[in-house]
Design a protein around this ligand. Structure first.
Ligand SMILES: [Zn+2]
Length: 335
């Protein structure tokens, strides 16, 4: 990315083993994240031309001398932060707070090859190399599925709960799927886009609310006999979406927030009154990866449906445009 709105497909040097704990993987598929759109839309600075992308699945080509559990030839998935998976934060299930975490985005996963630091802690291998049909779902586990899953877990989704989901992007839609898998009784999604409403219903949404802001909150209260939702997943990151999420939650309920906050301002007073719990941040996708890979491998979930545009990597610029203009929910790129 050279500047907002300016993404180019260019030749770069192949990555090499830099640290003995590295792996080099050859990408089977990669994709564009909703969070890549923040700098693309000038909501975040782009100082120099930078490689982009942090979602990846592929075949291990080479490993450093200290890598012991990952081997060349394996099909692997990792998350957007490399983590050692051994430090106290990792052991507590918060691998995105790893004391040695490394952002994958700065390595640039929208590429043919990728260096993954801390390979043993970061990568999860599938039982064997999957069929092509399974690749989109496994790629979704790298970020959007794991992030939606974390939002649902952080919001204390569970059997019998009424869940509301703010955001109908890929993360919100997979938050719906996660809420269903975690046993939610009722799942209400805020969405005004017909194709996204349809996928939300396929993933388990029981109710759709098209209104936003105060009107949307009024609809949630109306649907829940004035109570509010037990668990609310905030999957956008704007001031309006945060406030909408908190106001949709019943007293004693919990908001799980995974949208990267941009321009959100919440005072202690606004948080004091509603008596809601808040937990969120960069999703520790690595915590959930083994379980998610198993659910996909067994055919129990199909998160890959969020990819509604598939392009060759060379057309990455069009992939960004399509998502920016909301012509696509999420673009899968094939190197
Ligand atoms: Zn760690």
């Amino acid at each position: 990315m050279y500047a907002p709105g300016d993404v180019r497909y260019e030749e770069r040097d192949d990555p090499t083993i830099v640290e003995p704990t590295d792996a080099i993987i050859r990408m089977t598929a990669t994709c564009i994240c909703g969070s890549d759109l923040w700098p693309y839309r000038a909501a975040q600075e782009v100082r120099d031309p930078s490689p982009f992308g942090h979602e990846y699945v592929g075949i291990v080509e080479e490993v450093g001398p200290q890598v012991s559990s990952i081997r060349p030839g394996q099909f692997v998935i990792g998350s957007f932060f490399a983590s050692d998976n051994t430090c106290p934060h990792c052991r507590a299930g918060f691998q995105t707070a790893c004391v040695d975490r490394r952002p994958i985005g700065s390595e640039g996963a929208q590429a043919e090859m990728l260096r993954v630091p801390l390979a043993d802690g970061t990568l999860v291998a599938t039982p064997e190399v999957p069929d092509d049909t399974m690749v989109p779902s496994l790629l979704a586990a790298s970020d959007v599925l794991g992030t939606g899953w974390f939002a649902a877990v952080a919001a204390e989704t569970g059997p019998g709960r009424t869940v509301a989901v703010v955001g109908d992007g890929a993360v919100g839609l997979l938050g719906v799927l996660a809420a269903r898998e975690l046993g939610a009784e009722r799942i209400i999604v805020f969405s005004r886009h017909e194709p996204r409403q349809k996928l939300a219903r396929e993933y388990g949404a029981t109710d759709i609310v098209e209104e936003r802001g105060d009107e949307g909150v009024a609809q949630i209260l109306d649907l829940t006999d004035g109570v509010g939702a037990d668990s609310v997943l905030e999957c956008v990151g704007t001031d309006q979406s945060f406030k909408q999420a908190i106001a949709s939650t019943r007293p004693g309920g919990t908001v799980g927030y995974v949208g990267v906050p941009h321009g959100v301002s919440l005072g202690a007073k606004e948080l004091f009154g509603p008596q809601v719990g808040l937990r969120g941040g960069p999703a520790p996708v690595r915590r959930f990866l083994p379980e998610l890979v198993e659910l996909i491998w067994n055919g129990q979930i199909d998160p890959g449906q969020v990819f509604d545009l598939v392009l060759p990597l060379s057309e990455v610029a069009e992939g960004y445009r399509a998502m920016d203009e909301r012509r696509a929910i999420k673009t899968l790129l094939q190197p």
